[in-house]
Design a protein around this ligand. Sequence first.
Ligand code: DX5
Ligand code: ZN
Length: 220
Amino acid sequence: MKLAASILSADFGRLEEQVREAIAGGCDWVHFDVMDGLFVPQISFGVPIVASLRPRFDQPFDVHLMVKRPESQAEKFIEAGADLVTFHWEATAHPHRLARLIRESGRRAGIAINPGTPVEILTDLLEEVDVVLVMSVDPGYAGQAFLPRSLGRVRRLRRLIENAGLPVEIEVDGGINPTNARSVCEAGADILVAASAIFNPRVSPKAAAEQLRAAVRAGT
Ligand code: DX5
Ligand code: ZN
């Protein structure tokens, strides 16, 4: 299991330090939630945050575009140093074309689906992507409750990928915490994204990431 630390809940005044702590606790990827105030209600941050952290970290940068018409933005994030660029199926009329563009730029392509979008819609796109990101909350905010029916969705997607015989990874994003992390992995997730479970005032990012990893190993 890989753990992606979503900086959406981090203290931006101490961003570099917070990301270093999360990595020290076992986070493998840095996850950037880019929000445009249109596809989702709020605006988060854009290219400058990715570009300014890039020279400071070797870890894969996982850019999750929650923006309308992601085809107009993807190349800027590629230039800024994204390793994986994930866009929403719901946000573009041409997911196939955009996935190809990302891969032709030498980066990994991810496609994200909202909780109300059937996983089967991806059947003919699986060979064009490296990662499917299953949203386990409606995108837009950190700190929302995990939607339990996401487990069945991950299982169905896992079967779809196995039937297709493709090396596509499943990333699950939204409401991940030490209580549900193990069941999400057992359902078939390869990568867990967590924002508020890692960056919160109760515990250091290092301890929080360690707790998540321990929960996946042992169950809680
Ligand atoms: C939700 C974002 C998530 C979010 C997760 O719109 O895509 O990555 O930051 O936040 P938590 O882990 O707090 O649910
Ligand atoms: Zn995300």
